[in-house]
Write a new protein. Structure first.
Length: 257
């Protein structure tokens, strides 16, 4: 009798598991998401950006990329057409600070990005009051993003700047190199506080310097900030450098070698 009871129990358990398995499969079938057939969304890679332009009277070309993503993440085997324009929220005036020539673009098959070009008139930029050129994706052969359909580009005019070279911290004798990372932006190979080689970055606006980042925030999450200036006669640079939790407004003087 005991054996029969065990057999009946096993059969009932098997039926329960089978029923549960079928029920789960049915539920999964109902809720299944097809990740390969989602919408293709056209967008700008970022909502805000900034570019520096030396105020020398020249007209500069600035590339503004846009892209699409979605489906399986791979480029399509078809072209994607996009039309852009200047949004009414733009504080920079088209035809004054900048101009947008071509407005219709094709992202070719096999690629998922292309770029528009705006022409920036450096003579009409106000370095103390930079304006934003706001571009908008107006139409596309695919879905237009609802939160990345616009990009605001700050057009920052700056003075000519030539700070690259080899320098020394005179109080410690530590030699460093300043390298250009872009128009008006630089990287110093090391500070004058830590014994390790921790680079930091800064921007130069008409001999007024601003610390913008560096090795410490990128690798340790330690925020950095600071200001500085350049002596126009000697080329000596003075920073007042802050590393959160370690020191504040630490003076660092750099003399060119």
């Amino acid at each position: 009798m005991k054996n029969i009871y065990r057999k009946i129990t096993f059969i009932l358990a098997s039926i329960s598991v089978a029923t549960l398995s079928v029920s789960c499969d049915a539920l999964l079938d109902q809720d299944e998401t097809d990740f390969g057939k989602g919408p293709i969304v056209v967008q700008f890679p970022e909502a805000k950006t900034s570019s520096n332009f030396i105020q020398d009277g020249e007209v500069y070309e600035l590339e503004v990329p846009f892209e699409y993503f979605g489906a399986d993440g791979l480029p399509l085997d078809e072209e994607v057409t996009v039309t852009i324009g200047v949004d009414e929220s733009s504080t920079a005036i088209e035809g004054n600070e900048f101009s947008l020539g071509e407005t219709k673009f094709t992202i070719p098959a096999g690629s998922n990005t292309t770029s528009a070009v705006i022409m920036v008139n450096s003579a009409n930029l106000d370095g103390d009051n930079p304006k934003e050129a706001v571009l908008e994706i107006l139409t596309s052969s695919k879905t237009v993003s609802s939160n990345r359909n616009k990009i605001a580009i700050t057009l920052q005019g700056i003075c000519p700047t030539f700070l690259e070279g080899n320098y020394v911290y005179p109080d410690s004798g530590r030699e460093v190199t300043i390298e250009s990372t872009g128009v008006g932006t630089y990287s110093v190979s090391a500070d004058n506080y830590f014994s390790g080689i921790y680079s930091f970055e800064f921007s130069d606006y008409c001999n007024s310097l601003t610390v913008t980042g560096g090795f410490l925030p990128d690798n340790f999450g330690i925020g950095v900030s600071g200001t500085g200036s350049v002596d126009p006669e000697t080329g000596t640079i003075t920073f007042y450098y802050t590393a959160d939790g370690y020191f504040s407004n630490y003076e660092m003087v750099l003399e060119k070698l």
